[in-house]
Each structure stands twice: as C-alpha cells, then as structure tokens.
Design a protein around this ligand. Structure first.
Ligand code: HOZ
Length: 428
C-alpha cells in the first residue's frame, strides 16, 4: 500500500516524539484520523506534505488573525533577522509591543512578556498567591489555562478531547488548592465564595470560553465574578490568550465592559511566533521581580523576532473597520452553517463571539462544560473527516473553537458551506 507523505512522517514521528506530536489535540486521536503534516500556508489556505490544499479554520489555534504569511508580518520578521535572533537583553521592540498592549487593553497599565499562554497563566497565579498570601484558586470546568499544575484541573482543550479528568504527576497537595466550578453558574460561584472567599487568592476565567468548544459568558456571569472578587479581596484574572485582540482589539474585557485585575495574553500578540504576556494594575504588577519579590524569568522572553511579528500584526488589526469586516465573514459562515443544519434536519448549536465560532452536535443549548459533553462526538468525528476530505481544515475536536481570519474571502466561505452541505448530507 502506498503511504502518503503525511502518513510516512507520522509513522516516523511516532518513534521519535510521544504520540508523534508536540501537542496532544493535533494527533487527531479523538476523530479517529491521522494528523496532516503541514508543508506551508498562505492567507487562509494551508498545504499538507502531499500538496493537498485546505481552507484553514484552525489558524494555528488562534494567532493567525491576518491569515498566514501576511506581507507586513513577513517583512517585519525579515527586517529584524538582520539585527539578530536573540540577545537575552532588552530591546526597543519589547517596549513598543508593551506600549501597544497597554494602549489597547483598558485594565492593563504595565505588562511582562513571556513565551506562551501557559507561562502567562502560571505566572499570574503565582503573583496572585504572592500578593494575597492565600492559596486557593478558583477556575471553571472546561476552561483551559495551559498546562501548569495548579490549572490542569477539570480542564478543557486536549484534556477534554482525550476525556481525562486531569493528569498524573500533579500532587494532590497542589490540586487540592484548585476549586473548579461550572462555567456561567452564578449560584455555584456565590456559594463557593461565601464558604471560602477569604482564602481565595484568585479567580481565573476565560471571559469567552474557547476550549470546550465556544461558549460565551451569559449575562451577569462576568459581572458576578467582579463583584465577588471585590467583596472578598480576591484577584480577578481574565485569561485572554485566545480572546485578546481577537473578539475586539481591547479583548473580551472591552467587549463586555467588565475589567479584571490581571490579564493573560498569547497567540495574536506574537503574530504566529511564541509569545505570551501578563499585565494589570501597577500596584499588583510591581510585585513582580525585579521590582518586587514574586519571581519569574525567561531567556527568550521579549524575543526580538517574536516582538516584531506581534507589533506588525497589531499595526494591521488596529486599522479602521478591521473587526467589523472580520465579524461579517464569521457571521456569513455561522448563519450559513445554521441554515444547512436546519435544511439537513441536524440538531446543532452554534455560537459566535467575533471571529470565534462554536458548532456543537447537540439538540440543547450549551452554556457550560457539562452541556458541551452531551454533544454527539461521533457525529462530530464524521463531520470532521468529511470536511477534511472536502479540503476544509477545522480543529479535530468538538471541544475547540473555529477561527475566521481576515484572509477568508466570500469565495472561501462559500466553498466551505458547499463542502458542509455535502458532508452533512452524508451524515444523515
Ligand atoms: N491547546 C491548544 C488548543 N486549544 C493547542 C493545541 C495544539 O497546538 O495542538
């Protein structure tokens, strides 16, 4: 039997890399497929190692809001390469990106650059515990904040996709300080805070949940988080790794008008290179070393190549009308999918915040992780595989979001809807 290049690479990768991949979801295990190995991408198109072209709705899991290889990003990266790739010392570029993040995000007065979203959320949790001298962290079922020990409890994304409750290797003495509550459940939250609020260092939340599929906050949920944190002296952390600069230039906090004490960033601010960041009010962030005593460091933090890609990306997306145009494309896709599902008599739940979409094979509304888990994952697998055969590249998990980029044009969305129509017809 002739193997494809992706199959050959995967077979080799399996002998060299755990599970053949460097991040679990991309192994495509839960949809019963092998991963595609990617050769290159341009705009909203991604090309695998066998030369097959796909319309890409993963967008590197969020960063590629401009599409792949946007000329401004490529030029910025190429220019900075003439200066060097890493100095382990401050540069003008990190000052420039910090200024842009602070100007964009209402609650951020000062910001520290790191290398990933995981690093950002791990660092804010340490900071919150250091400031409050408390241990308990509240998170929400199905929210994913990276793979730091404290936060890998009842998590979304790969943990949800693989259907595992947590991870071996996290000592009970650490996990016991993390309390996970149902998303969008104001009663559970107020009750938990009434019992333990005085010991809660921080509440961390994805203001729009994007790691259990896409689940928007219901009216009053984010407001309630703010209220209980103020009442009990706990720190409110928004994990805007996905939503920052995605659902609006100022992130979900500017969209909903609820402002956290600390915010985590990643994805878009690196323009496709590895960047994370965390920031907030001066009085809290001044506790970070070397100004304060809460330690956090990194050789590649503020890396000039990554900073240049982030700056170039933010310069493009702050242009007038950028988000309006992007949201229109996402709405065209979402309403098209809704119509097709109705026509095919297929029960689906669709949700959208800006250019992030959720598409659940479920006949009931999805407001939290328990709801998301009642989705028909077998139907999703069949849909994923059908769409992939049609040349449409969506996340290989019911518990991830779809991302539309500025490079998706009407013709791409129409082609996607044609593919979805054929695929849904096959599912019936
Ligand atoms: N956990 C991320 C998605 N929510 C990244 C998955 C990957 O890169 O494979």
């Amino acid at each position: 039997m002739n193997l494809t290049n992706s199959e050959k690479l995967y077979a080799r990768a399996l002998t060299l890399i755990p599970g053949g991949v460097n991040s679990p979801v991309r192994a495509c295990q839960s949809v019963g497929a092998d991963p595609l190995f990617i050769d290159r991408a341009q705009g909203c198109l991604i090309v695998d190692a066998d030369g097959n072209r796909y319309i890409d709705y993963i967008g590197s899991w969020g960063p590629m809001i401009l599409g792949h290889r946007h000329p401004a990003v490529i030029e910025a990266v190429t220019t900075v390469l003439e200066r060097g790739t890493s100095f382990g010392a401050p540069t003008d570029l990190e000052v420039q990106l910090a200024q842009m993040v602070i100007d964009a995000v209402p609650s951020v007065e000062i910001v520290r650059m790191v290398n990933s979203g995981t690093e950002a959320s791990m660092s804010v949790v340490r900071l919150a515990r250091g400031i409050t001298q408390r241990e308990i962290i509240i998170k929400f079922d199905g929210c994913y904040h990276g793979h730091a020990d404290t936060l890998l409890v009842a998590a979304g994304s790969g943990v949800a996709t693989l259907g595992i409750p947590g991870s071996p290797g996290i000592p009970e003495s650490i996990a016991q300080h993390t309390l996970s509550l149902p998303y969008n459940d104001v009663d559970a939250l107020t009750q938990a805070m009434a019992g333990k609020g005085d010991s809660v260092a921080a509440i961390i939340v994805e203001p729009v949940a994007g790691n259990m599929g896409l689940v928007p906050p219901q009216k009053g949920f984010l407001e309630c988080l703010r209220q209980v944190c103020d009442r009990y002296g706990s720190i409110l952390i928004f994990d805007e790794v996905m939503t920052g600069f995605r659902v609006a230039y100022g992130g979900a906090q500017s969209l909903y008008g609820v402002y956290p004490d600390l915010t985590c960033f990643g994805k878009i601010i690196g323009g496709g290179l590895p960047v994370g960041a965390y920031g907030g009010k001066h009085d809290l962030m001044s506790q970070v070393a070397p100004q304060g005593s809460v330690y956090q460091a990194g050789t590649l933090s503020g890396n000039p190549v990554a900073m240049a890609a982030g700056i170039a990306t933010l310069e493009q997306i702050q242009k007038d009308g950028f988000y309006e145009a992007l949201d229109q494309k996402a709405e065209q896709l979402l309403s098209g999918l809704e119509n097709l599902a109705r026509k095919a008599d297929m029960p689906v739940q669709t949700q959208r915040v800006g250019s992030m979409l959720g598409f659940f094979f479920n006949d009931r509304p999805v407001h939290n992780f328990d709801d998301a888990k009642t989705s028909d994952v077998e139907k999703f697998s069949a849909f994923y595989n059908g769409m992939r055969r049609e040349g449409i590249y969506i996340a290989p998990s019911q518990f991830e979001a779809l991302f539309v980029s500025a490079a998706h044009e009407t013709e791409h969305i129409e082609a996607t809807l044609d593919a979805a129509e054929r695929t849904l017809a096959e599912l019936n």
